[in-house]
Structures are given as structure tokens and as C-alpha cells.
Design a protein around this ligand. Sequence first.
Ligand SMILES: Cc1ncc(COP(=O)(O)O)c(C=O)c1O
Length: 459
Amino acid sequence: MATDLRPSLPVVDHTPEPYNGPSRDEVLALRHQYLSPGIITYYREPLMVVEGHMQYVWDETGRRYLDAFAGIVSISVGHCHPKIVERVREQAGRLQHTTTIYLHPTIVEFAEKLAEKMPAGLTRSYFTNSGSEANEIAILSAREYTGNQDAIALRNGYHGGTSVPMALTAEGTWKFKSNNTTNIHHTHAGYCYRCPYGLEYPSCDLKCAHDVKNVIQYETPGEIACFIGEPIQGVGGAVTPPMEFFGIVYDIVREHGGLCIADEVQGGFGRTGHHYWSHQNWDVVPDMITMAKGIGNGAPLGAMTTTARISEVMKNRLHFNTFGGNPVSMTQGLATLEVIDEENIQQNALEVGTHLKAALEDLQNKHLLIGEVRGLGLMLGVELVRHRQTKEPAKSEAADVMERMKQRGVLIGKGGLYGNTLRIKPPMCLTKDDADYLVAMLDEVLTEIEAGHKKIQAG
Ligand SMILES: Cc1ncc(COP(=O)(O)O)c(C=O)c1O
């Protein structure tokens, strides 16, 4: 009898509940009828996900998928992590809602735990329901604190979908014409693979980082409120700058009166492996850190943490966030931080991430479609190009890779201005076996696509 030697998803000790809800087609039809068409789905045939356990999710037919995109980088320690579920259940049954106008223990316990993880001096947190709101508070605080208006962000960055974060975002695909927020400027990111000057690191002398000085001198009155940047760009496709990039930018920003904000919405909480915060990879200390996604393992939770001094400005006027700091989200956030420590999640991100990145780099030697593999820990990107010399973005191929990976039971994301970078940012409980399965499937998929594609050349 022939044995099937094809790799399969690692065994999991979890059986999904039978699904008895509306069919996928019914859900899709209702969605078309009742949801804003602006709410996008992935895949030609949108996937319905009805159950999750750690790094896996199940569709309504009981089929299992490796969730190598973690929702969208939101599941830090695993879907429905048992400890977190238990704590949230207990809290929801005891007190589901109160606001910050009353005292509650969990919000302060969570803030204390967060402060323990922060660089020295960053002790004061403002909790929100999303990363966009956290960034709104950060920019507002910087403007109040400095008395300056101008904020600078990085090209290819993403900071959210509300007004100011959308203006900070610098990928045209995510910007609406009608969102004309002023006093926001963009400087170059440390995107060496597509260097805007056509230079090479390190002989470039970090021209991209120094450009922030030109932006300040030409586009602002010379004194600015702040700079905000993702230490590794998430939506932009795991763009990882050279070591010195952020140090140079932070120095110039501070010389011009600005505060430095690290958007850790995707890179925080150990995801990049060596450090708890992704900015620590660059040896810089921000004045404010904004967070969301992985902070709450899927809870609608965001935060901005800053110094006592800067935080004082939020007393300038009345400010309130009805659901920010609610006991259920706080419980989920606190339990998530505990699990990250108890289960050595950061160490796992380092070990499995290093293993996975090395395997992806091996694939790069084999597949001409892979222009660059980048990122740290479990925040990885694989940029696909049609030609290694011209670096023509392989946009439709990236979409095709996603479809074919899904057929093989692996969910990944894509990003970058051209949507040609595969984004691999799984729950940080990913195992080496999961990583090996993912790479084996990507190898198969790229082989298939390259076989049918004459345009991909070595250059
Ligand atoms: C780096 C970064 N900042 C901010 C946000 C906005 O977060 P939210 O979607 O929770 O508003 C995102 C979302 O993807 C993000 O990736």
C-alpha cells in the first residue's frame, strides 16, 4: 500500500465543536446586504472562521488552518488561550462594564504590569479600544505638550483608519481623498530593498534617515510636535531599517523640539524575539509608546504609555473614552501579559522565528520570485518580485500565493504599497513543526506559480 508522505499540519489536541449556525453562503449574502461594502475580506472565496485554538482556526466545515497571520497580528499567545478565556469569563460574569469614572482594580494592575515592561520613566498609560485611538491620543498629547502642530511619520507606514492616523499613514492605498488632515509630513523609511536614492547600506551613510531634517526645515516652522514610526513596518511589509536609522531620526526630531513615538501595535510584546519592544532592537528610547493588537490577544484594546510629565497634558481639557479601560478588556490584557511571561513567549518568537526565517532564506535561493526575506522574530516578510534586477512587484503572484496557501491549510497576509510582500506573523506559540509545514507549502506553491510564469527572471 502506498504511504502518503506529503507533509501535513502538525497534530493538535483539540476537536472543534460541530458548527450549527447559518451557512457560509448565507453569511456572505447577509454581509453583502447589511455590512458596509468598505469592510474587506481576503480570498476569492472568503473564508468563514468559526473556532480557534492556539495557532489554529477552523472553518464551518471543521477544516483546520494554521493561522500564520494571527487574525491580523492580534493573537499574541494563541486563539482562546485557556487561561485568558477563563479569566475573561470570570470577569464578564462578575462585572462586565464600568467606566474609568469609578475605581476598579484591574486597570491599575494592568497599567502597573505594563509600566514594568516599559523603558525607565514611561509609567503613565491611557487605555483605548484600538491602535488608531492610541495613536490619536499620542499625537494630541505631543501637540499639547510641545505647543507645536507638525507631526512627521514614515513613508510606507500604517497607523490606523481614523482621521489623524490615516493622515499619518503613508501608503496611498489606505488613504481617502477626503481625509485632509493638515500639519502631517512624511519622511523616508529605512527601506533598503527599495532605497529611494538607489544607494546601498552602509555606504549610503543613512541618507534616508537624515532626510527628516530636510522635511522639518522645508515643510515646518522648524519646531515640531513629534515623530511617529513603526520600528519594523507591519502593513508596509515587515520593512526593517538598518540599525542606526531610528537613532539618527530620533536625534534630529529632538533637536527640533519634537517627541518620539514608537508605534508598537504590531511589533511589541516580544514578537521580534530579542526584545519585548521592537524599538529596543534599534537602541532608542521613545517618549511615548502606542500599542494594540497583541496587547490583548484579540481584545478590542489599545494603549498609549508615556512619562508622568507628558501625561499631564491630558488634564488640559476634559477627555473621556467610554470603553477604554473597561474591566473585561483590562482582564484580557493583564492575563495576556502574564501568559507572555509564564510561557516564555518572547523566547519562542526568537527561536521559532529564527528557524522560520532561515528556512525562508533557503527558499529564496531556490525561488526567483523571492526578492527579499526580512523581519525579526515572528514578524517576517517575504517580498515577491518578477525580476530580481528591476524588482517589479509581483502583486498578482502574491495574491495567488495566498490563495494556494489557503488551499493547503495555511493563512498568511500580504502588504506593502503594491501588496507584493507576504506577511507571516503568527500567534507566538507557533512551533517549529508548524513553521516547517508553512515553508514546505510555500515551497510547493512557489514552484507551481513559477512553473506557469515565464516573466520571472534572475536578472
Ligand atoms: C502599526 C499599526 N498602528 C496602528 C494600527 C491601527 O490599529 P487599529 O486597527 O486597532 O485601529 C495598526 C493596524 O493595523 C497598525 O498595524
